[in-house]
Design a binder for this molecule. Structure first.
Ligand SMILES: [Mg+2]
Length: 383
């Protein structure tokens, strides 16, 4: 079998799909995208296509190393997201060619179902509580929401009080029957994170995500030494080489590599194993589309330390399309009464793309950009 063509499709809300075709008629799907930089990653995918066309898609390990090492310059969100989407599509092709799900190729399941959580948006606690109650009725008991709006490097205790009051109101309204993670989204500086983590600790969040920017990873250890809240990060780390010093330094309780940013299934399996060796859990980042989620689930079902799966159904970014809009086998993604999802039963990644609908959507795709925030003094704020 040989790779004959790579095609890409932009589609709402902010996704990029990759279709790799083979001369055997088998096609594989991937999602190579950086949110807000889809066209940059698309260019990288097609440039890397020179290394793929004419090659055997079954040689995933060799192709991965070719794409990674063959270009001399490597790493970073653009190149590693391009490799990630290609890697997903290659695994999809291999599974379809052999007639088995990817998790079977990787040695079989270590669990029967995978816990997922729901994003809840909004800045008012009442909005978040209303959403949690609605999702609770569907079985979800684990949630995530943003912890703060923009925060200055040194901000007023009033800003801290507002953030803590929001979480306290949510905990009081929902009680101890639910769990929630709080995403600081890299908006909080090291000095403010020290204060905020201390104040949030009595409210018992399941974890705090990106307590500080990944560029400040040296602080994870210091912050972890000062709080009992498990700290999580990883959506902006792109390879095992990015995770290596972070794990060695300690401080993170949970890694959140993104299957569409960190080199795909091939690389995230390695990252999962590195995390397990440090007694660190895995919770793949996935605010993206169905192929990315399917790739995450393939890893979740073979990685023993995988504990939580993010998924984008109903997420506030999904403007114009939702998680399963381009999927034929929607029922395979259904969650049970406790918010868990079973291993996808289909061959390859286990997601059947509704290509006609995707092609139609790709005719007028939005060019999504994240908001640009500014502080009251006019300087740029982290979003
Ligand atoms: Mg995050």
């Amino acid at each position: 079998m040989k790779i004959v063509r790579l095609q890409t499709f932009h589609a709402a809300p902010r996704w990029l799909f990759l279709k790799i075709e083979t001369d055997a008629g088998i096609v594989g799907w991937g999602e190579p995208v950086v949110e807000g930089r889809a066209r940059t990653v698309e260019a990288a995918v097609h440039e890397l296509g020179d290394y793929l066309v004419g090659r055997d898609p079954g040689r995933i390990n060799d192709l991965w190393q070719t794409l990674y090492r063959g270009g001399f310059y490597r790493g970073g969100p653009v190149l590693m997201s391009a490799i990630a989407g290609i890697d997903q599509a290659l695994w999809d092709i291999k599974g379809k060619a052999l007639g088995v799900p990817v998790h079977e190729l990787l040695g079989g399941r270590v669990r029967e179902r995978m816990k997922t959580y729901r994003w809840v948006g909004g800045d008012r606690p009442a909005d978040i509580v209303a959403q949690m109650r609605a999702h609770r009725a569907d079985g979800y008991d684990t949630f995530k929401f943003n912890g703060t709006e923009e925060l200055r490097i040194i901000d007023s205790p009033r800003a801290i009080d507002a953030a803590v009051a929001k979480v306290a109101a949510i905990r009081e309204a929902m009680g101890d029957g639910i769990d929630f993670g709080i995403d600081f989204h890299g908006r909080v500086s090291v000095p403010m994170a020290r204060v905020l983590l201390r104040e949030l600790e009595p409210l018992r969040p399941l974890f705090v995500e990106e307590p500080v920017l990944p560029e400040q990873w040296e602080a994870y250890r210091t912050l972890a030494d000062a709080t009992a809240i498990p700290l999580a990060a990883g959506e902006r780390m792109y390879s095992r080489f990015d995770f290596k010093p972070v794990l060695a330094a300690g401080g993170l309780a949970m890694l959140q590599p993104d299957l569409s940013h960190a080199g795909g299934i091939t690389e995230c399996l390695r990252i999962a194993a590195m995390a397990e060796a440090h007694d660190v859990a895995l919770a793949p980042h996935c605010p993206l589309g169905p192929v990315a989620l399917a790739a995450c689930l393939q890893v979740d079902f073979v990685a023993w330390n995988a504990v939580l799966q993010e998924q984008s159904i109903g997420i506030h970014y999904n403007d114009g399309a939702d998680l399963l809009d381009y999927v034929v086998n929607k029922a395979d993604f259904a969650c049970d009464a406790e918010g868990c999802i079973a291993a996808l039963p289909g061959p390859g990644l286990g997601v059947e793309i509704d290509e006609a609908r995707l092609v139609e959507a790709s005719r007028h795709p939005p060019d999504w950009r994240n908001p640009l925030w500014r502080h009251a003094d006019g300087s740029v704020a982290e979003w």
